[in-house]
Design a protein around this ligand. Structure first.
Ligand code: ZN
Ligand code: ZN
Length: 327
């Protein structure tokens, strides 16, 4: 198989040839058709997440077909179209797993971070953490659903039922969640980097009622807001934009430091919380919504060997929607 491998923190990914991995008991091997490029991949490459497995094959927005099975792989079979996401494995025994909060497991494995991911022609996954996908469908279009969509969905659920919702950072996650929120009958307010009129126009095109810069005051108080950009300054900005009792959700795995802010913008029962990882139930719920809501993703495909270029374009804010690697 071919894989893009990160050998050292901060280094470029290198294209290497490896033997096709063999699935162990309880595992499946998937021939990768498409793998989305997520901001978390940048955090892995830049060493902003502790203790990655090195060398590591990044990538946790994987769509492909099963091409080999270990023993005991459950109801999965060769040829099935599946998705593999960030949550690669959980222990099933810690208090969080027992409480149905496997996203917080004490001993998890994460795809493309602590186990090899999908910047490759093949990937091996634990059969219990693989999502069945409809047999037909565009693999490139489906890839961003596996993290931008899924973590976006979890953050939307945690934001509550508010009608007016702010989305800070209008990239891969927000462009999917804006569509879900519109389908749910909510009003979307999109916040982008100052001067990014292209992203603001993109947000309006996807049904946002208003789009502007992240330091602007929206025309209406927000019931809730989700911060997708890894920028700590957005926390006080979002707290100022939500009404009394409103909620701000930080959806990223990493964020720059949050500047100090006056207590008055948190007071009046405003809430601030973060989202970590996902559960398998999030996936089941979200893929059911995708089927009903007619979500359309915007993607820019790159050949696998150009993964470094895709990461650079994500870092530079040169993408609308999501970059997807195609082996
Ligand atoms: Zn656990
Ligand atoms: Zn991700």
């Amino acid at each position: 198989m071919q894989a893009m491998v990160l050998e050292r923190i901060g280094g470029p990914l290198k294209l290497v040839e490896r033997p096709d991995p063999a699935p162990a008991a309880g595992e499946v091997r998937v021939r990768v058709a498409a793998c989305g490029v997520c901001r978390t991949d940048l955090h892995v490459v830049d060493g902003e997440l502790p203790n990655p497995k090195l060398p590591i094959v990044p990538g946790h927005e994987i769509v492909g077909r099963i091409d080999a099975l270990g023993s005991g792989a459950g109801a999965l079979a060769a040829g099935m179209r599946v998705g593999i996401a960030w949550l690669g494995k959980t222990c099933g025994q810690c208090r969080y797993c027992r409480e149905g909060r496997e996203n917080l497991c004490d001993r998890p494995l994460f795809t493309g971070y602590t186990r090899d991911g999908g910047y490759a022609t093949h990937v091996v996954a634990d059969a219990r953490y693989v999502f069945r996908l409809p047999d037909d469908g565009d693999d490139v279009a489906a890839a961003p659903l596996l993290c931008a969509g899924l973590i976006g969905w979890r953050s939307l659920c945690l934001a509550g039922e508010g009608r007016t919702i702010g989305l800070y950072g209008f990239g891969a996650a927000a462009h999917i969640i804006a569509q879900v929120a519109r389908w749910q009958g909510r009003d979307v307010f999109a916040f982008t980097r100052a001067g990014d009129t292209a992203a603001q126009a993109f947000a309006r095109q996807l049904g946002a009622r208003w789009a502007g810069a992240s330091d602007e005051t929206p025309p209406e108080q927000l019931d809730c807001a989700i911060i997708y950009a890894p920028v700590g300054e957005l926390v006080p900005a979002a707290l100022r934009a939500v009404r009394k009792g409103g909620r701000v959700v930080c959806a990223g795995i990493h964020m720059s430091d949050i500047p100090s802010f006056p207590y008055s913008i948190l007071w009046e029962e405003r809430e601030l919380k973060s989202v970590a990882n996902l559960t398998r139930k999030d996936g089941e719920d979200f893929f059911a919504v995708v089927a009903q809501a007619g979500i359309v993703t915007q993607t820019t495909p790159y050949p696998l060997a150009r993964a470094n270029e895709a990461l650079a374009d994500l870092r530079g804010g040169r993408l609308q929607g999501a970059a997807v690697l195609v082996p």
